[in-house]
Every structure is written in C-alpha cells, then in structure tokens.
Design a protein around this ligand. Structure first.
Ligand code: GUN
Ligand code: ZN
Length: 465
C-alpha cells in the first residue's frame, strides 16, 4: 500500500487519558491531515498547512466538509441477535430472553441462516463505523466460523466467542451443551480462530473470548472449568466476556436470582472464582485486563473496586438499558471507582447499531439522574466512551483508539448528511473557541446516523464486503 494522506476535520483524544482526563486530551484540527504509511500506521497527524514535504506525493483523499474520527469500538454486541433487535416480549430481561431471544438464537442452528446473518451483521457494523468489537457469539460453531470468516474478508477487527450455556429454561435447550462440550467447543474455537489471520496476537485482527452467557446460564462446574481453561490461555491474549448486574427487579430479577442461586455476597464473585455458597473460592478468577462485563448497572462499591483493581472493563449499554427497563448505571459513582468504561450497543437488547447513538443516550440518561447525581457528560468523555475507552477495554490501546503516531490507522470518515449537515454548518456556535469546538463535537456525536458514515478504515485499508 502506498502512503496515503486524508484531509478533513480531525477529532481525537491524544495520549492515554482516563475518562476524567479526556477533556484535556481533546484534539480538534479543523483543516487537518492524517498520513497513513505503507504498513497502515499513522505517520503524521496535524494541520494540513504543516504537512511535511516528505508526504507531498502521498495519495490524497480530500474529505473537505467531512470529519475524521477514530473508528468506533463496540464492546458488547450480540451476533446471534442480528435479526432480534426490537423484539417485543412484554417483559424485562429474563422474560425477554426466554420468550424472544433464546428462540431467535436457536435459528442459527441452520448453517445457511447463520452465514446470511454473519454477512448482515458485518454489513451493519461497517455501516455504523464499528471498526473493533467484542462480539457475544452464537452457541453454534458453524455460525462462529461464518462470523470470523466474514469479518476477516471485510477487514474488520473482532473479539468473539461462542455463548456458553450449560443450563436454562426449555426455550434455551438448543443452545445448551454438556459440561464437557462447553469446554471442548470453547477450546476448539480458541485453537482455530485466536490470531488465526496473522498467527500473532500482537498483529491479529481476529481474537477469541471465553463467553459464559451470564451466571444463571452456567453451573458452578462450568465456572470452575472455564477458570481452568482461562488460566491455560490467559498468557496468549484470550479474552473473557459476560453480563453483570443488569436487571435488579426485586426477588425475581437477574441480580437477586443470581445471588440466591449461588448464595454469594456479590454477583461479581461468581466470575471471580468465588462462586460457592458464602462466596467461598471454588476456582480461578475470570477477571483481568482482557475481561469486559456488560451493563454493571447495579454494582455494589466492592464490585466496582474489584473490577478497577483487576483491570476489568465495563461495557456501558444505555440504549439497551432503556429498551429492557434495566435502570441507570450511576455515572458519577462508577467513574469515581476508577474502573474503565467503554460503550456497547448490546444489539439486540439495544435497538441501535451505532456507537454514537449509545453515547448520545448515555448523555440523556445521566443528565436525567436525580439531584446531585445528574451530570452533563462532556463531549470529550463521550468520544472517550466511543473510541479510546473501547480500545482500552479490548487491551489494544497500544494499537488503535486515537491518532497517536505509530498506531494502526483505524478511522471513520463522517460526511454530514441529512439533518446533521444543518447541525454542523448552520448552528449557532460560541464566540469562545474552546466551547465552540466542544459544541461541534457534541453535535457531531449526537447527530451521526448511518447515512453520514461515508468511509471506514482499519489499518489504513478501506473496509467493505
Ligand atoms: N443476559 C444474558 N443474556 C443476555 C442477552 O442476550 N442480552 C442481555 N441484554 N442481557 C443478557
Ligand atoms: Zn448483552
């Protein structure tokens, strides 16, 4: 690939800020240039007028009127729910799973159906500018094969693993395996797909995760066996993904049912090797810097502290939490705990594919928290959730997530279409430069729809299928 230079209005968060430092890390370059080298890494980011002569002959892409943002990172999305978004089930999480989701996911038993879904899923990701994702996988290995193959063909990044279930209601039966098969199939997926594209986790686009659906879908035996399996593969960059503290309906919701079922002090204990009654240790922990837990709406302080201590990240999914009536993750308390927070669509619990729609709903949800808990999230923090926080959650911040020199060039070209055009070209802006740029970034993140996502790049290559 020759050297390329992309011109447009650049926004990114430079360096390695925590979410609380995102405001100071915000970079806005209205007449910017991004140079991508032959190896797909970033050679220059800055003012177009400052472009070194060295790059004068680079292949130019003029996105004038457009914006260059780091690729969006979706840290929680369900592949086998590709067609299950906006499912009406007349209830919250556990009823919705039983009535709508388990039967929908069972359709992936048909290899042709699953292959079509892999194509649709990948197209929706590209349309949404999601360059990297933690994908909650199908129970069926052929469906996972189709997903990895299609993702690679498109040139996108993925971390995924088959959803593991060893118990559940009747409607989940097609998704449930024996204890032995749960481990055997997960091991086989790791061996087949983890870093399968390059043979090296530090350069791969494909990665595998160990994915127990949630504690109510697995037994203590499964959790013990998965702890052993993870211990074996931890050093090879394998991930862990699941749900935590999503629905807190008293007595019959997910959180209370889990605590009663395992007789544990906290839900997190079940993923931390302490899944025996009284939170006694029964196996190895699944927590760590390559573990992402979705939702975390109803965490106790000790759970947040333990996640922060172990480097475990949260995937915040407010679109889904609204859809399923799961409540509101307490923003200030969660941020104050120091845990890394990223953004997830949770499609089909969520009904949007676009990560900017997720951070837009995060803004609306947290400004609506009661009393002093209400907060107006800064647009730089929204950008953090959508990009750098996700790269950190995937433990690949050294590779992508912003436009620091030497990183792999994952980016989205936004060409404002429809209503976004007016929001960016004609809206009133402050006379004060700093506020004006924040207003522009806010309008951009709130107003992006798929129609404005013009081009998507991973490692400097345009993705498509
Ligand atoms: N908890 C266990 N499975 C699921 C799922 O498919 N979606 C959501 N939102 N929560 C879950
Ligand atoms: Zn989910």
């Amino acid at each position: 690939m020759p050297t390329h230079v992309h011109y447009g209005h650049i926004f990114h968060l430079a360096g390695s800020p925590r979410i609380t430092e995102a405001v100071d890390a915000l970079v806005s370059i209205p007449d910017g240039a991004l140079v991508v080298g032959e190896d797909g890494t970033i050679l220059f980011v800055g003012e177009r007028s400052q472009l070194p002569d060295l790059y004068a002959s680079a292949r130019a892409h003029d996105h004038t009127g457009g914006y260059l943002l780091p690729g969006f990172v979706d840290t929680h999305i369900h592949f086998p729910q590709t067609y299950a978004g906006a499912s009406y089930g007349g209830g919250q999480l556990l009823e919705w799973l039983t009535q709508c989701i388990f039967p929908s996911e069972a359709e992936f038993a048909d290899p042709e159906f699953a292959a079509d879904a892999a194509l649709e899923f990948t197209r929706r990701r590209i349309a949404a500018g999601t360059t990297a994702a933690m994908v909650f996988g199908s129970a069926f290995p052929h469906a996972q094969d189709a997903l990895f193959r299609t993702t690679l063909k498109a040139g996108l990044r993925i971390v995924s693993g088959r959803g593991i279930q060893t118990r559940g209601p009747d409607s989940a039966q097609p998704l449930i395996t024996s204890e032995g098969d749960a481990i055997r199939l997960t091991r086989a997926e790791i061996e087949q797909w983890h870093a399968a594209d390059t043979g090296d986790v530090s350069t791969a686009l494909l990665h595998v995760a160990i994915v127990p659906r949630f504690s109510l879908a697995v037994t203590p035996e499964t959790l013990r066996n998965l702890g052993e399996l993870y211990d074996e593969f931890r050093d090879r960059g394998v991930y862990v993904h699941s749900h935590l503290n999503e629905n807190d309906r008293p007595a019959t919701g997910e959180v209370d049912t889990t605590k009663q079922d395992f007789h544990v002090n906290t839900y997190l204990d079940t993923y931390d090797g302490k899944f025996l009654p009284g939170s006694a240790v029964g196996g190895k922990s699944l927590l760590g810097r390559r573990t992402i837990l979705a939702h975390c709406v109803h965490c106790q302080d000790v759970e947040l502290a333990r996640m922060a201590e172990t480097g475990t990240s949260i995937s915040h999914c407010p679109v889904s939490q609204l859809f399923l009536g799961s409540g509101t993750m307490p923003w200030k308390r969660t941020v104050a705990s120091g845990v890394n927070i990223s953004a997830g669509t949770d499609f089909g619990g969520g009904d949007e594919w676009l990560i900017p729609r997720v951070v837009g709903d995060a803004f609306k949800q947290h400004i609506s928290e009661a009393g002093d808990d209400g907060v107006s999230i800064h647009p730089a923090e929204m950008l953090f959730l959508a990009t750098l926080g996700g790269a950190r959650a995937l433990d690949m911040e050294d590779r992508f997530g912003n436009f620091d020199l030497g990183k792999e060039a994952d980016f989205v070209v936004v060409q404002p279409a429809g209503a976004l055009k007016g929001l960016l070209r004609n809206a009133l802006r402050s006379q004060e430069a700093e506020l004006a740029r924040e207003q522009t970034l806010f309008a951009l993140l709130m107003g992006i729809r798929e129609s404005s996502v013009a081009e998507v790049y991973v490692q400097g290559n345009r993705v498509g299928i």
